[in-house]
Design a protein around this ligand. Structure first.
Ligand code: URA
Length: 439
């Protein structure tokens, strides 16, 4: 690869010029090897935040990230391989029931998830609240695991897309996270390294999401779908609402409980709606279901017969987790204390602020402020009133599960402001906003 001057490339990007594919490939390789320094990469990232990327730059950037490490080869897995990714929200535990439901229908799901940082939870933290469960699945285990169970529940391995890990840490420390091309290439390089036949994206919009407006979320979804298409991986995105938390339980063990409810055929209506919509999309994308109606029948069958729950049980046990948790014969650990939050007046709930509730769970110890923080899996919030519900003064809005009085005192101010009621009826907003296809 020819050598380049990083300073000249930073200047060009700063002045709104375009980088060639070779230059982009060199930047990522030279950063990974240490030749391009962190301060130089930070300057380039800031230029990208301001100037954006052309389609050619974005394609080259994603491709260079994707090939910065090992790429899975799942060609020996005989089933279609489809994964789902959510851009992150509060109470978003959909991946946990969705993956075994789709796997029980015969699609291979090489699920690779991350930990929570900030107000959004991470699937990995939730799964790790099952005693004994290990998300460390080495790349060589994917083919046997998927062939036998059609499902692996893995954490991001160090060997896949190492450039993203290093660049994400820099972005976090240099104020360069909010950039649609940088977010898209970061997410898509990791997903494309899984050697998928198709990808379904859940792009969250609203107070508790990265993307606060439908316009921004649409641009992110279209950008990711276009990357998938260019790479030959059909990608479908759904924009879904994240102004209030998804489901009723927020916190790691609480979210496992609610995921098990969904797998047993119960659970809150909003969780069911998103899980079903994304499952139908994955089943149709895989070709296993000929259309949405057929996919919906498959979904109903694997949930009502217990096949999806059994799939989850098998994979949890295979990865060291206690199957009695899935069977419901042993409860998950619970926080030692409860505090009930009550409505201060009669009315209808207009706001149940996902960001405030997500931040409150972090203050209870259920999330991270810094990557090295240790999470308390038992704490969280159980919602009793959501947008549109009628409440009378003194009715329960939520129950807080907490471990120490200090953590409760720190979380309460956020929770006390999270609910707003008005005297007139409020219609619950739609959950599914739009669908964007990059097939
Ligand atoms: N999630 C990612 O994986 N990368 C980003 O840049 C933002 C969210």
């Amino acid at each position: 690869m020819p050598n380049h001057s990083i300073v000249e490339l930073i200047r060009r990007k700063r002045d709104n010029g375009e980088l060639t594919g070779d230059e982009v490939a060199w930047i990522i390789a030279a950063f990974t090897s240490g030749e391009v320094k962190k301060y130089q990469m930070s300057a380039l990232l800031m230029a990208i935040v301001w100037r954006g990327m052309t389609d050619g730059e974005l394609s080259a950037w994603t491709d260079a990230m994707l090939h910065s490490g090992e790429v899975l080869d799942l060609s020996a897995v005989p089933m279609p391989k489809i994964d789902k990714h959510s851009t992150g929200g509060v109470g978003d535990k959909v991946s946990i029931p969705l993956a075994p439901i789709v796997a029980a229908c015969g699609v291979a799901v090489p699920m690779m998830s991350g930990r929570g940082l900030g107000h959004t939870g991470g699937t990995l933290d939730k799964l790790e609240s099952i005693p004994g469960f290990s998300p460390f699945v080495p790349p060589a285990q994917f083919v046997p695991g998927l062939t036998e169970h059609q499902l692996v529940l893995a954490g991001q391995t160090e060997t896949l897309v190492p450039a993203d890990k290093a660049i994400y840490a820099l972005r976090d420390a240099s104020g360069t996270v909010p950039s649609i091309p940088l977010i898209s290439s970061s997410i898509m390089s990791k997903k494309l390294s899984e050697d998928l036949d198709g990808l379904v994206l859940d792009v969250k919009v609203g107070k508790g999401a990265f993307m606060k407006s439908v316009a921004e979320a649409t641009e992110l979804a279209e950008t990711m779908a276009a990357i998938g298409k260019r790479h030959g991986t059909p990608t479908v995105a759904h924009l879904t609402a994240m102004d209030q938390p998804l489901g009723n339980k927020i916190g790691n063990t609480l979210e496992i409980e609610e995921s098990l409810d969904i797998l047993r055929g119960g659970g809150p209506a909003d969780m069911i709606e998103i899980t079903r919509t994304l499952a139908v999309e994955m089943l149709v994308l895989s070709g296993i279901a000929r259309d949405a109606d057929a996919a919906f029948s498959m979904y109903r069958r694997v949930v009502s017969t217990g096949a999806a729950l059994a799939k989850f049980r098998d994979v949890v046990e295979e990865q060291g987790g206690d199957p009695a948790i899935v069977d419901g014969t042993r409860p998950l650990a619970d926080a030692p204390h409860r505090h009930t939050l009550r409505a201060r007046s009669d009315g209808f709930v207009r706001d149940c602020d996902a960001l405030a509730i997500g931040m409150a769970v972090v203050r209870l110890g259920g999330g991270r402020v810094a990557a090295e923080d240790v999470v308390d899996p038992t704490v969280g919030v159980v919602l009793a009133a959501k947008v549109g519900d009628e409440v009378a003064e003194g009715d329960e809005l939520a129950t807080i599960h907490y471990s120490t009085p200090d953590q409760l005192a720190s979380a309460l101010p956020l929770l006390e402001q999270a609910w707003a009621t008005v005297p007139h009826p409020v219609e619950a907003p739609p959950l599914l906003i739009s669908r964007i296809s990059g097939r």
